[in-house]
Ligand binder design. Structure first.
Ligand SMILES: [Zn+2]
Ligand SMILES: [Zn+2]
Ligand SMILES: [Zn+2]
Length: 279
């Protein structure tokens, strides 16, 4: 997902009778930090399960905070030995990724543009995190920061694997492997753009679920279950859609959808790659 928002200023604000020293740098608009996201983590090596809440900016809050996010569905204990579903990583090689400096007018450097097949079909479960999977994650983080973007899916660098990276790593692990959406709630409108669609005037305000609960694994093999809100939930949904072969424009409806599809067609994009897929 492309970076679309300037960071907000900071001023004293009052929220629920409490004065906070400044607005949250990520939420912007002088809104205070809140415990919007909650992440439970079961370490692969055993040991203490952690459970914490953060604002979008990563500021920590105790889970006992009155505004702390609750899980949308109960987290399911993964058990002592974390079972990893069989995936394709055993036979997949980092050599298959698009050359790092590949350039295309319609995508950020090193990112595949729309109309590339790998972007328009569902990715495969990763399974075991191999050395090549770790190398892929490192490559994706580099491409994301260089773009610059706030999130990137593996198929955006040409790897048909179910994993994504994102920048809010104090709120959610930077790399999520085999993410699965377990629940959604509400609706929220937020502007989106995409590193695979660098065509002017294709950004649009998009309505998606506001909160989601996601289960995934980290590169270390820990199982995480996260309830996410606002921008972190939005980035995760944009990237998980990529992993399911869906570009954000396919979620647009009404006049915004018509406008963006006209802009893409005028730019020579074959929009039959992008069949509307509204919620
Ligand atoms: Zn904050
Ligand atoms: Zn509150
Ligand atoms: Zn995207």
């Amino acid at each position: 997902m492309a970076r679309r928002r300037d960071r907000g200023g900071s001023r004293d604000v009052e929220h629920a009778g409490r004065v906070t020293h400044s607005g949250c740098p990520v939420r912007g608009d002088d809104r205070p930090c809140l415990p919007l996201n909650r992440v439970t983590r079961w370490p692969v090596a055993g040991g203490r399960v952690t459970d914490h809440c953060t604002c979008s900016c990563g500021r920590r809050f105790p889970t006992s905070h009155p505004d702390a996010a609750e899980h949308l569905v109960d987290p399911v204990e993964p058990g002592g030995a974390v079972a990893v579903a069989p995936g394709v990583s055993a036979t997949w090689s980092i050599d298959e990724v698009r050359p790092f400096d590949a350039e295309d007018d319609r995508a950020a450097t090193g990112v595949v543009p729309v109309e590339t097949e790998v972007l328009h079909r569902p990715t495969s479960l990763v399974g075991e995190v191999t050395r090549d999977v770790k190398a892929l994650a490192k490559h994706m983080v580099k491409v994301m920061h260089r773009a610059p973007g706030v999130g990137l899916a593996a198929n955006q660098v040409g790897a048909p694997l179910r994993m994504f990276v994102q920048v809010h790593k104090r709120a959610l692990p930077e790399t999520l492997v085999d993410p699965e959406v377990r629940a959604t709630e509400g609706t929220w409108t937020y502007p989106e753009g995409c590193l695979s669609l660098q065509v002017e005037e294709t950004d649009a305000r998009l309505v998606r679920p506001r909160r989601i609960q996601v289960r995934a694994r980290t590169l270390h093999g820990d199982v995480v279950e996260a309830t996410l809100d606002e921008v972190v939930a939005r980035i995760a949904q944009h990237e998980i859609d990529h992993l399911d072969g869906i570009e954000y424009v396919q979620r647009l409806t009404g006049e915004d959808g018509e406008r963006v599809y006209e802009v893409m067609a005028a730019d020579g994009i074959d929009t039959s790659w992008l069949p509307p897929t509204p919620y």
